[in-house]
Every structure is written in C-alpha cells, then in structure tokens.
Design a protein around this ligand. Sequence first.
Ligand code: CFM
Ligand code: HCA
Length: 535
Amino acid sequence: PEKVKARLLSKYPPKVARKRAKQIVVNRVDPDGKTPVISSNVRTVPGLMGQRGCCYAGCKGVVLGPTRDIINITHGPIGCGYYSWLTRRNQTDPDCTADGHNFMTYCFSTDMQDQEIIFGGEKKLKQAIQEAYDNFRPKAIAVFSTCPVGLIGDDVHAVCREMKAKLGINVFGFSCEGYKGVSQSAGHHIANNGIFKHVVGLDDTIGEGKYRINLLGEYNIGGDAFEIERLFERCGITMVSSYSGNSSIDAFANSHTADLNLIMCHRSINYVAEMMETKFGVPWVKVNFIGGAATAKSLRKIAQYFDEKELTDRVEAVIAAEMPAVEAACADVRPRTEGKRAMLFVGGSRAHHYQELFAELGMRTLSAGYEFGHRDDYEGRRVLPDIKVDADSRNIEELAITPDPERFNPRISDEKKAELEARGLQFGEYDGMMPEMPDGTMVIDDLSQYETDQLIKIFKPDLFCAGIKEKYTVQKHGIPLKQLHSYDYGGPYAGFKGAVNFYHEIDRMVSSRVWQYMRAPWQEHPELSATYAWE
Ligand code: CFM
Ligand code: HCA
C-alpha cells in the first residue's frame, strides 16, 4: 500500500502531493484501537475533480428535503432546486400524518434571474412564500439560500420573520449558501442548528408507548427507514421522530420527549443529538442497521438501554424469527461472493456501514473513504479534543445550548448509566471507520477522479461503490459500480429484509462478466486511440 500511495502522489505538483499525502493513509490498527491521523474536512484542491457536493445540498437536499410536510423553497437559480428534487430517492409515506400533506413531489424555487441578482431577490422570495401558502396552506415553510443569495446580500431571515408574523405559520430560513464550508457537511450543521432553534421542543405532549426513541440520521433512501420502522413495530418500540426519512414537522417538534436517541449517520446529525442531550437530557447511542448481524446488535442495544425483560424477550423473538432467512440468503450467495474485493468511496457514513454487509458476504474492502467525513468519523470521537478548528469550520455557527430550566430531565441516573456501561453499552460514542478496517488497507479522504482511475488500474477490484458522477467512468474500466447513495433504483438495504436484497444484488453484480466483455470503440478501432502526452 505504501507503494500505491507513492504512485498516486507521483503525478501531483509538490504542494498538492503534500496535502494529499495527509489524506491518503495506510491503516494501522494497534491493540489499543489507536489509528493513524487522517486529514479531512479540508478544502478540495482546485483542479482536482472530486465527489463532493455543496453546503446547500447538505442542508436542503440531505437533512430537510426528506420532510414531507414542510414546504422547502429554494431561493436561487432553478438548477439548485431541480438537482435536489428527489434525486436522492428519499421515500415518504403521507398516510403517516392525519392531513396527508406531502410536498416532496413538488420542486419549490424562486427561480432567480439576472433581475434579482442586480436589484435583490427579497421581493420575489416574499411572493414565493405567499404563493406557496395560498396554494397549499402548509404548517411550515422553510427557505434555503443558494450561492447568489449570500453574494447579493438578501436577508432571508428577515423575510422569514416578516412572513411568519403575516401568515401565522412557522417560517424559517437557512443561510446554507453552496460555498459555505468545504462540503455538504457544513450544510448538515446549519440544518441541525435551524431545526433545533425553530422546531424542536414546540410540542411537549408525551405520546403513547413505553419504549420511546428517535431514529437520527436515517433518510429512508430506497425505503430503508420503512424496513427499520417495521422492525421497531414488531419489537414494540415507539419511534417518536425520525431525522429525517419519512418525517413530519410535528414529529420533530415533539422529538425531545423521547427517552433515547439512536444515531445511524453520525456525520449528518450528531449536532441534534448533542444539543438534545444538553438541553433536554436525552442520551444517544450509535446504531447501524446495515447488515443482518449489525441490525440484531442495534436492536439488542435498545433493549439493553431500557433494560426490561418484556422488551428484551420480544427483541430476541424478532431476531430469532428473522435471522434464519438472512442467514440462508447469505449462505446461498456466499460461494460466489467469498474472497471478492470491493472499494467504497461514499459520503460520511456509508463507506463505513456497508463494510459490514460486505464482510457478511466474505468480501474484502481493499480501500475506503469518505467524501466529507471528519476525523471523528474516521478515527472515532475520542479524537474530538485534538481536532484543530480551522477558519472554514469557524464560519459555521455553533449554538450555545444550556439545560432547559423546566424541561431538562436526565432520562437515566448516573448510577444506571455506569451500570449499563459496565455491561458494554456505549453512550455518546462513535468508534469510526478505521479501527474496524484491516491493517494495511488504504483509507482515502475526498478521493479524486485521477486517484479513482489509478486505484482501479492497480487493484482491479471486483466492485467499486460510489455515486452517479463516478459510475460511468468506473464501468468504462470494466468494473461494476454499485451506487451506495441512490442504490441504483434498488433497496431497501437496511434491516433484515434489506440485507437479503443487498446479498442478491451484490451476487448479481460480482458474478456477471458484462462489463469485462465491453469493448470501447478505440479498442476495436485502433485508429481512434490516443495517448496523453504526460502518460
Ligand atoms: Fe449520512 Fe446519508 Fe451518508 Fe450523508 Fe449524503 Fe446520502 Fe451519503 Mo449521498 S446523510 S453522510 S450527505 S448516510 S446524501 S443518505 S448517500 S453522501 S454516505
Ligand atoms: C448530495 C446527494 C448525494 C449525491 C449522490 C451521488 C445523494 O451529495 O448532494 O453523487 O450519486 O446521495 O443523492 O450524496
């Protein structure tokens, strides 16, 4: 791997190579669980083609887009709204709320033109909010800023305050201009702050259910949340709110009444979990519903927390009833998937979570990395105190949260917490991706297209996992690509049923020779071939 690293860096100018050298790391795991340091959450070198998205994508597209009954208005040129309009395949079930509101099938935008860039866009934004209200009578309207909004100085927050007073519904804005921060990760933070400031805690009603949890960082891509909700229901666990797959604004408003937060995607939502713990006393634990064994383990964690025989028995009964089908499906495909080699370069959590599913299939992960994960997502939260806060991160507001004078209520006593910890339940912890990756594997942050091509040439993996921008270039190398963002029209892959779907999909992909049979035009007609001068 050290040689491969040197080869990846060899074509870069010295300054670029020095920067990338800190983001391309050969994993070493020592017995104390220490990992090498990886540089991450830093600016992409201009000129390198990367995988990342923008701050607006993280705020509107990722965190708030999946909420069905908030009208999300993109204040900006139409392309931003259009790109973030359900391309992520986040599903929802409007029958879950009484009014049946579902605005996700619409794309709301102020469709900013040159006129607004020159004379300002606040007037058009007010009109758009009014028009959305008149047509749909929603409970809430949210406004999302795109790059030009910050550049021309429109005050979306003032417009939202004015329209909130005028219409009498919740109207709030986000300064999530695309260029803020270094990736969509900044947008997650801004979205977390906004939802916490404007929505969480508005409804104190304690609903029914004995075991009341929130599921944080699960976005119902390809129906994942539906499968997890099915399991909760079977186990007798009540989900107060999900953040934010299949979610509604009323559930967010009430979510601080839950007794436990489960964090699926740590990167995108850890801020809400931390703030809810500080203000209301709700503890959080990390879960992972990707993989059969991981799902069973996560359900057991919930049972361990509530520590009541009734729940533990029921969770065990559900696992006993559902695992055999998962194990049978795995045993069926495993002779064909065993020993196959995968690479995963996705977002800020899936490059980690999906390694469990591949391990169940007997597949090896040669190399993996996040687009925009931070050091804690790679190395574990224990490195949080060592992370240097740079100017780009300092630009993102950090809310000062204190315990609520009336509503702060620690859900479990310190003694009980210590007892559960002694029994292995970790609170407020995430160990990150690297401690679970084998020694000598390559961990690469913010992978570039050039590095993608080189890795494929050097390793010839059996499967490459990434997104739509990488898909076709990888297939042109003769390697199948599985989109771990949108799932390529497939899914769900979470929970027990999801694992079975995934096993079959991966069997199909690594057992098919279709991409190797493809011949590019220049391979059949040598006169079309050309070489780059620098190669
Ligand atoms: Fe979390 Fe996500 Fe991901 Fe993410 Fe994303 Fe996504 Fe992703 Mo695409 S919230 S970090 S910003 S798990 S949209 S559902 S697939 S990059 S790995
Ligand atoms: C985003 C959304 C995205 C993009 C996926 C891809 C998603 O980052 O804005 O590049 O294929 O999951 O839809 O991550």
